[in-house]
Design a protein around this ligand. Structure first.
Ligand code: BGC
Length: 381
């Protein structure tokens, strides 16, 4: 078997695996010499198994799925992992793969295992609020990570981006890519109706594109939400949009890179020409679609900073300290949650180069691999 060339991120993961190996080896030696029971470690997806050793995970991280966006497993997990490891705090990171009752069970297991803080990416506000209420009743702190849980008095902090700004950047990106084409026929693919972020993104882009529809400069072909951000469903939905519109679509406001890619795939299947498509998350696929001319923009959110900010709060809370970060209050419908909101940026073919090299941005080797090498050169990457 040959070993393919590793990206820095893969190398980082390997380094962290190696570190963990040595840490476990050392722990093993200690356990043998002292005959003490040794606690389980964190991120192996096994969950639990702690036998009352001193290093039971103090923080539990509840990721939502791995299909609505690759970010959760490829960016959030390794950066959260790294932040906790650097602080010497054990964290148990689990992914519910889109299943609400699985997420509920994972949360309960983490609390049983001794977690003092949960970092929660909810699958909807109802199930998120139930997890938070259960945690609160057991004196466990809850940080809403990326997605705000609505209508609960049981979350302590919220860490995310300015999500209406994400939407405004998408709307403005589409405006810039469409240019002054009159009567442009636009389709809108919204995120999951149960994700508060999807509502905020929509508020943001609607504020930019609705005036265009109202003035008659643009025509709205369709506006549909994609349940659970499911990329497969997005493909079906967009195929139906094309079918109904007789293929006459001039631009797509897609709420993230996965949905954008679904629209691009449907266009390609019908051998239709490239049109402006938006996105979000600056995924490898999204950036490659931009380089290839299939997508006009994405929104880059510095997930490393988001992970670090959330981990810092969690570490302070887990140690029984009062976090010192500056927060702003955000209303979740029941109460004001102290929040940290970071700034998103718009990425087009003209400024990809500015972000290459950021640890949470796709690497040049990955972006420009294979048949995109020539296009990368043309863009000066
Ligand atoms: C996140 C996006 C992500 C989407 C689907 C949203 O809540 O903010 O970054 O693309 O969920 O997972």
């Amino acid at each position: 078997m040959t070993t393919p060339k590793q990206t820095p991120r893969q190398e980082e993961r390997d380094v962290s695996r190696r570190r963990k190996f040595w840490a476990l080896a050392a722990a093993g030696v200690l356990a043998m010499s002292s005959l003490a029971a040794c606690g389980d470690d964190d991120d192996d997806g096994g969950g639990g198994g702690d036998s009352g050793g001193g290093d039971a995970p103090k923080v539990g991280v509840l990721l939502p799925d791995s299909q609505s966006s690759v970010r959760w497993e490829t960016v959030d997990r390794p950066f959260l992992q790294k932040a906790f490891e650097a602080a010497g705090v054990d964290a148990d990171i689990q992914n519910a793969e889109g299943d609400k009752s699985t997420q509920q069970q994972q949360a309960e297991q983490m609390i049983t295992n001794g977690a003092k803080v949960l970092l929660l990416v909810n699958l909807d506000s109802g199930s998120g609020a139930a997890i938070a209420a259960n945690a609160k009743s057991q004196d466990v702190k809850v940080i809403d990570y990326d997605r705000l849980t609505l209508d609960t008095d049981a979350t302590d902090y919220y860490v995310s981006f300015d999500n209406e700004e994400v939407g405004r950047l998408q709307g403005q990106g589409l405006v810039d890519c469409i240019g002054n084409k009159q009567g442009a026929r636009i389709a809108v693919l919204n995120g999951s109706p149960t994700d508060n972020n999807a509502t905020l993104f929509k508020n943001g882009y609607d504020s930019v594109i609705n005036p265009k529809f109202d003035s008659g400069e643009w025509v709205e072909v369709d506006d549909q939400s994609v349940p659970d951000w499911d990329n497969q469903q997005a493909l079906t939905i967009f195929e139906q949009i094309l079918q109904k519109a007789d293929n006459k679509v001039d631009g797509v406001l897609a709420a993230n890179d996965g949905l954008g890619n679904a629209a691009i795939s449907a266009l390609k299947q019908r051998k239709l020409p490239q049109i402006p498509v938006t996105g979000q998350d600056a995924t490898l696929e999204g950036i490659q679609n931009i380089v290839n001319g299939d997508q006009c923009m994405t929104v880059y959110k510095a997930i490393e900073k988001e992970a670090q900010a959330a981990a810092d709060l969690a570490i302070a809370l887990a140690n029984g300290e009062e976090p010192t970060a500056d927060t702003t209050p955000i209303d979740n419908g029941t109460e004001e949650v102290p929040s940290i909101l970071l700034e998103p940026v718009s990425v087009t073919k003209d400024n990809i180069g500015e972000y290459i090299g950021n640890p949470d941005f796709p690497t040049k080797e990955d972006i420009c691999a294979g048949k995109l090498a020539q296009k990368c050169e043309e863009l000066g990457l």
